[in-house]
Design a protein around this ligand. Structure first.
Ligand SMILES: Cc1cc2nc3c(=O)[nH]c(=O)nc-3n(C[C@H](O)[C@H](O)[C@H](O)COP(=O)(O)O)c2cc1C
Length: 178
């Protein structure tokens, strides 16, 4: 089973990206968590360019979404909203066939960042994602925390592991029986 992890931050030392990397290491057995790293390569969304085929970076993102059983999203708050680059990435998925119905788990790195989280939930629901709300996790992660710091902090690693287990159990329950 494959989970695609999407970080809303382009920052090299991003704590959101570090949380996704920690989640990759904490994921249950036989679950592959792959980090999407090409957010910055997407062109500014223009409906005129949203045709078949779309720009190659958008096509690649859609293909990765299509190949994933579920999505893991960690996104910072900028001025009480989503970072523009991440919203741009989501806009490239609005008209896609790959995104609707995709199960999503959200990781919030800061309790105070509730405006962006609420907005993210609204946007993803509007895009017909399957929000697996019972798996959502909010932690208090120091901005400069490394992956090792996050994994060593039981108040972070514990909820992260529990959320992932819940999310994976939902994904497994939805898998067609072979
Ligand atoms: C332009 C900008 C605006 C921000 N606005 C908010 C905000 O409204 N609320 C908040 O809680 N944090 C805000 N922050 C702090 C970031 O959310 C925080 O530094 C977070 O760790 C960044 O995520 P990253 O480490 O994954 O890059 C802002 C940071 C920047 C750079």
């Amino acid at each position: 089973m494959k989970i695609l992890a999407l970080s809303g931050s382009l920052r090299a030392a991003s704590v959101n990206t570090a949380l996704l990397e920690a989640a990759r290491r904490l994921a249950p057995a036989r679950i592959e968590v792959a980090l999407y790293r090409d957010l910055a390569t997407l062109p500014a969304f223009n409906p005129d360019d949203d045709r078949d085929p779309p720009p190659s970076a958008a096509a690649a993102l859609r293909a990765e979404i299509g190949a994933a059983d579920g999505l893991l999203v960690a996104c910072p708050e900028y001025a009480h909203a989503l970072p523009g680059a991440f919203k741009n990435g989501l806009d490239w998925l609005v008209g896609s066939t790959e995104f609707p119905g995709k199960p999503v788990m959200l990781i919030n790195a800061a309790p105070r960042a509730f405006h962006a989280q609420a907005s993210l939930r609204e946007i993803l629901a509007t895009m017909s994602a399957q929000l697996v709300a019972e798996s959502f996790v909010t932690v208090k992660a120091p901005k400069e925390a490394s992956v090792a710091d996050l994994l060593a902090d039981a108040t972070i690693a514990g909820p992260l592991r529990a959320g992932l287990e819940l999310f994976v159990s939902v994904l497994r329950a939805q898998q067609p029986r072979g």
